[in-house]
Write a protein that binds this ligand. Sequence first.
Ligand SMILES: *Cc1c(COP(=O)(O)O)cnc(C)c1O
Length: 341
Amino acid sequence: MEKKNLDWGSLGFGYVPTDKRYVSNWKNGAWDEGGLIDDPTVHISECAGILHYCQEIFEGLKAYTTKDGSIVTFRPDLNAERMMDSARRMEMPPFPKERFLAAVDEVVRANAAWVPPYGSGATLYIRPYMFATGIVIGVKPATEYQFRILVTPVGPYFKGGAKPITICVSDFDRAAPRGTGHIKAGLNYAMSLHANVTAHAAGFDENLFLDPGTRTYIEETGGANFIFITKDGTLVTPKSDSILPSITRRSIVYVAEHLLGMKVEHRKVALSELHDFAEAGLCGTAAVISPVGRVVNGEEVITFPAGMEQMGPVTKKLYDTLTGIQMGTVEAPEGWIRRIL
Ligand SMILES: *Cc1c(COP(=O)(O)O)cnc(C)c1O
């Protein structure tokens, strides 16, 4: 298979249309057979539910070329399960796990020429998503849906290495208590855009959102979970029912505990505890881990001991181990890697 003639090293995190996408439709209470299509556009009614009441959910994962030249995905079963959870909360029909896994394999295989080569730093981003195509005018769940998967090659998230970022404690909230913060729905992002634009305009890279109930505990950013390292080397991750259960975070916790022999704690983390940590990072599929060097809360500035020059040493060890597992240079725990080609 001939790879596309792209400058893999200089790709950004953007959309490049590829050859094939996967589509399946839900109608009369069932998913159709589904399959690959060429058309990158979507045709729906002007009265489709997605356009008015925002019934939409999505996932994000990547295909990697490993050192031995295989094309693999990383824990796609967890994306399948999380998307089913998101669907139930949004009164949408879950797309079955086995079909999800088969569809991801199929669309990646059909676009194998777009999967960046090993060592380029680039990967193939996979975006499964589902939205209400059925007509609604009164507020209720639609009766027709479309499930799609698009894939697009993306560059290394950080060009020239991961520099620590500065984030601010947001004046806005991301997710209501007992709301939809724990599911991957576009609506959570729609309402975070104003907070993002505001933070960027003030010179910050990201927002730290607090629990909206008491505004004393740390939740997450708009699209990544937090990890913290204490001064004695314990990994601490914030716990809350309105945090999106990041697969990267869950994997880092496992790597820390079982591969690196670290102590780990998953618990509520108060904003006032930030002073106690040696290192901080944001984790998600896109960047794996972005180091956080500094948090600004109004007048107060907290710079972590790891500093603003490079990723902290413990964060780096976690990052190297997890990316090694994804790229096939570190042995993966049972069931983490799904070989596609
Ligand atoms: C997708 C997402 C994450 C990261 O999850 P991963 O499974 O690690 O990619 C974190 N927070 C939010 C709000 C998200 O939507």
